[in-house]
Design a protein around this ligand. Structure first.
Ligand code: PHB
Length: 425
């Protein structure tokens, strides 16, 4: 999902980094210069998880973000975490709140032609996922950084990333009190989200950007209502896609397919519920439990990958390097996988192996990235109804869905992709 930018704010976006950033005169007005091993641009879950992992290995970092802590804590994002990532959060001492406040899901419902079909993860691949919102992952990580004395600056402005083609890159920014800082580091990590500016520091002639736009978006909302289903329900209907997700016993998260230009102001609670009920309706009488709607937003999405994921002393992680449509719930999981690999790579790079260790990062991360791109794309095109879809198109999608839910191979495939793959980290 595309949300606000989360890192470098004023870096120029084109031309070579040297041309853009070789400005020695900027050093003159610095209020504070800090030295650290890794400067992290973007302090969302990917950036903070990396900082947390590195600090456990005795490696110092400083993280910055253009967003305030409050904004990151309250921006609604997806809520499904692979069990390996959930276990890491607990075992690496971030928090065990996921075990108390999260919900373990051992399956998912795929609903089409008015009937639900459960895919049992445990039965098919011996796995599960956790429903635990990304905002809570961030809240836990930010608290862990506080607890461990980690340095994080939120709400920064005028970020500049300098000298990434050297072995002494720098990051400059202005803090919320107006003081101008410079971080001198050995490596810079760009984990600045789907509207990353760090990614533009890879010179244009050396970077490849792969992307695909979709002719629809998601209308997402929170509602104060009881759960309508114990697990997620991904729904295909001739009227468009709908997703039933949950947050707590009394707060639910739901989405429906809409036009990318849709204006949330045009949607009353009544109209939203009519749309949702129409999409999930079927012969089994399934209906949604309604309640007041407390938050609404339109999420425009696309598939995107940038290669290379590393340039000089800078590496990209998470949405900065690749974004996926939210349909397969892969985004946060991919980002956490990147930083798991990056943790080991940076430890070796800062240890006896030296910079050559950085060469290991992209091949290890990219394999999973393209698998996840395929899965997210596949789920998206299978479940959404493009405007102008013919009756043939809709029936063909139902045929595809039927192949998935009523064959062992189909169910196993979906279960394996949805719950994640073994880590290369
Ligand atoms: C969510 O709970 O917000 C959620 C879950 C699964 C998705 C996307 C979003 O695929």
């Amino acid at each position: 999902m595309t949300e606000g930018p989360s890192g470098a704010s004023a870096a120029s976006t084109d031309g070579s980094p040297r041309d853009v950033f070789a400005t020695d005169s900027v050093s003159a007005d610095l209020d504070r210069v800090s030295e650290t091993q890794v400067a992290i641009v973007g302090a969302g879950p990917a950036g903070l998880m990396l900082a947390h992992r590195l600090s456990r290995a005795g490696i110092d970092s400083i993280a910055i973000d253009v967003r305030t802590r409050e904004t990151i804590s309250t921006t609604q994002r997806a809520g499904i975490i692979e069990s390996d990532a959930a276990r890491d959060l607990v075992e690496l001492g971030v928090s065990d709140r996921i075990l108390r406040d999260g919900y373990e899901h051992e399956g998912v419902d795929i609903r089409f032609a008015g009937a639900s079909h459960r895919i049992d993860f445990r039965q098919h691949v011996g796995a599960s996922v956790w429903l635990y919102p990304q905002t809570d992952v961030f809240i836990d990580l930010a608290a862990a950084r506080d607890r461990d004395g980690g340095e994080v600056h939120y709400g920064v402005s005028d970020t500049r990333v300098l000298d990434i083609e050297t072995s002494s890159p720098r990051v400059q920014f202005t803090d919320t009190d107006g003081a101008r800082h410079e971080i001198r580091a050995r490596y810079v990590v760009g984990s600045d989200g789907s509207r990353s500016l760090c990614r533009h520091l890879v010179p244009e002639e050396h970077r490849q950007q792969f992307f695909r736009e979709y002719p629809f978006a998601w209308f997402g909302f929170l509602t104060q209502a009881p759960m309508s289903a114990p697990e997620l329900v991904y729904t295909h209907s001739e009227h468009g896609f709908a997703l039933i997700s949950q947050r707590t016993e009394t707060l639910q998260r739901m989405y429906f397919q809409c036009d990318p230009t849709e204006n949330v102001e045009h949607w009353s609670d009544r109209r939203i519920w009519e749309t949702m009920q129409q999409r999930v309706a079927g012969g089994d009488g399934f209906t949604l439990k309604e309640g007041p709607i407390t938050e609404k937003s339109v999420l425009v999405f696309r598939s995107f990958v940038q290669q290379p994921m590393r340039w000089g002393s800078m590496v990209l992680a998470g949405d900065a390097a690749h974004t996926v449509p939210p349909t397969g719930a892969r985004g946060l999981n991919l980002a956490l996988h990147d930083v798991k690999i990056l943790d080991g790579v940076l430890q070796r790079a800062l240890g006896s192996t030296g910079e050559a260790a950085l060469d290991e990062y992209e091949p290890a991360a990219l394999n999973r990235v393209w698998r996840a791109q395929n899965f997210s794309y596949w789920m998206t095109q299978m479940l959404h109804t493009p405007t102008g879809a013919s009756p043939f198109d809709v029936r063909r999608q139902e045929g595809e869905l039927d192949n998935v839910v009523s064959t062992r191979a189909g169910r196993t495939y979906l279960a394996e992709q949805y719950t994640g793959w073994p880590s290369h980290g």
